[in-house]
Design a binder for this molecule. Structure first.
Ligand SMILES: [Zn+2]
Length: 417
């Protein structure tokens, strides 16, 4: 019995279409036939004895069918054509494969080269900026002279090993103030200076919602507040003044008060600023730098901020935008806080040392961030007057509402005592 495996051609009734598709179909058919053949062999010799005879019969029948098919396929020209096509395809696969392999290798090489180049280009500024982020000296100090190129040693004479001083590369001073907290003189001090918190100083527009109404102190009422404060002997100080007192005992006036204004609305310039000047008061304005950058007409412009700063108003940071800052990563905080700080300092030339948390939203990571970048403190919207060094990133304030007349102001000033 001829059991040599061979790939039979397609049966006569199944006319394979010409060309590549025909070849594929033929190959598939042959594969299925082989597998079926093996199945038959397995059943005949390895299977259960009871089914042996049936399996053998099936196998013989299959062999006959295959033989018949071979006979029917006795069309040598057709077979030759198929074989030619097969060998041609195989031969074409060799150069094709070689070309594909070459292209693949080339693209790999190009990729690697590009990656190496970009890595080289990127590594230099990254290192510089990292070293700039942790300067040991405050940027107010004059930058150290840049290292002069070392003269190459002369080849003549005995090379005396000179102790050449290692000049570290001078980083470009990072353009924002990072002043350390003034050193403490060893004394522990506490303060209960009221830090008032205003928002709008304007008549609320018609149809204003309750939030806008609550945040809006009418200019006439604001004037009355200032009048009362002056009569009562209050003198305005800055948050930095409080820090200087807590750390070094710098004297404060008998009745110090801090007047803060959040969000940097346009009326801070139009309403609050001229009145503060008239009363000889200093305001602390927590501004949103993104609004000034945009030229948003509802908020302070950079020109107004600059004028106010030059007139002695303290411009501090509320954020780049009014977004909650808790649960944020370093990059986000850097963009919103250091970005805002840089903008104010660039426009005013004065350091930004304090942040008013937008929506009074903060967490430990944010406080650590502020401390790391040498902020001196931050204020919340919690009610109270309690300034110490330990809680300097959580100083409370006294919220002034739209409904607060002078009586309410007096009452609020008396409560924390
Ligand atoms: Zn705010």
């Amino acid at each position: 019995m001829d059991t040599s495996p061979r790939i039979p051609g397609p049966p006569g009734e199944r006319q394979a279409p010409p060309g590549v598709q025909g070849l594929i179909e033929q190959t598939l058919w042959a594969t299925s036939e082989i597998s079926r053949g093996f199945w038959g062999w397995g059943a005949a010799f390895g299977g259960a004895p009871a089914s042996n005879t049936r399996a053998s019969r099936l196998l013989v029948a299959r062999m006959q069918i295959l033989a018949n098919a071979d006979a029917k396929m006795a069309r040598p020209s057709r077979l030759r054509a198929h074989r030619r096509l097969l060998s041609l395809t195989l031969w074409m696969m060799i150069p094709g494969g070689l070309i594909a392999l070459t292209l693949f290798a080339m693209s790999r090489a190009i990729n690697v080269a590009a990656w190496e180049t970009s890595r080289r280009l990127l590594s230099t500024p990254a290192e510089v900026s990292l070293s700039m982020l942790v300067p040991t000296s405050s940027p107010t100090e004059s930058p150290a002279p840049s290292p002069s190129p070392n003269p190459s040693p002369t080849p003549t004479g005995t090379p005396t090993p000179e102790p050449s001083p290692i000049v570290p590369p001078t980083p470009t001073p990072y353009p924002f103030f990072q002043e350390p907290l003034p050193p403490t003189d060893g004394q522990t001090r506490t303060l209960q200076v009221p830090i008032l918190m205003y928002h709008y100083i304007s008549d609320p527009p018609s149809g204003a919602d309750r939030f806008r109404l609550d945040l809006s102190v009418r200019p006439s009422m604001f004037e009355a507040h200032l009048q009362y404060l002056r009569q009562a002997g209050y003198e305005t100080v800055s948050l930095s003044d409080l820090i200087f007192h807590l750390t070094q005992g710098h004297p404060l006036p008998p009745r110090p008060i801090v007047l803060t204004f959040d969000d940097g609305y346009r009326d801070a310039y139009e309403e609050a600023f001229p009145r503060l000047q008239r009363y000889g008061f200093r305001g602390t304005f927590f501004v949103l730098t993104g609004r000034a950058d945009e030229g948003d007409p509802r908020y302070l412009s950079w020109e107004q901020i600059r004028q106010m700063s030059e007139a002695g108003m303290d411009i501090q940071l509320h954020g780049r935008e009014h977004v909650p800052l808790s649960g944020r990563d370093e990059a986000f905080l850097f963009y919103h806080i250091i970005g805002g700080k840089q903008s104010i300092e660039a426009h005013t030339g004065r350091p930004v040392r304090f942040l008013a948390y937008p929506s009074s939203d903060y967490d430990q990571r944010l406080i650590q961030f502020l401390e790391g970048y040498r902020f001196w403190g931050a204020v919340t919207t919690a009610f109270g007057a309690d300034e110490r060094l330990e809680n300097r990133f959580l100083w409370p304030r006294i919220r002034i509402r739209g409904t607060d007349d002078v009586g309410a102001l007096m009452w609020k000033l008396s409560v924390p005592k």
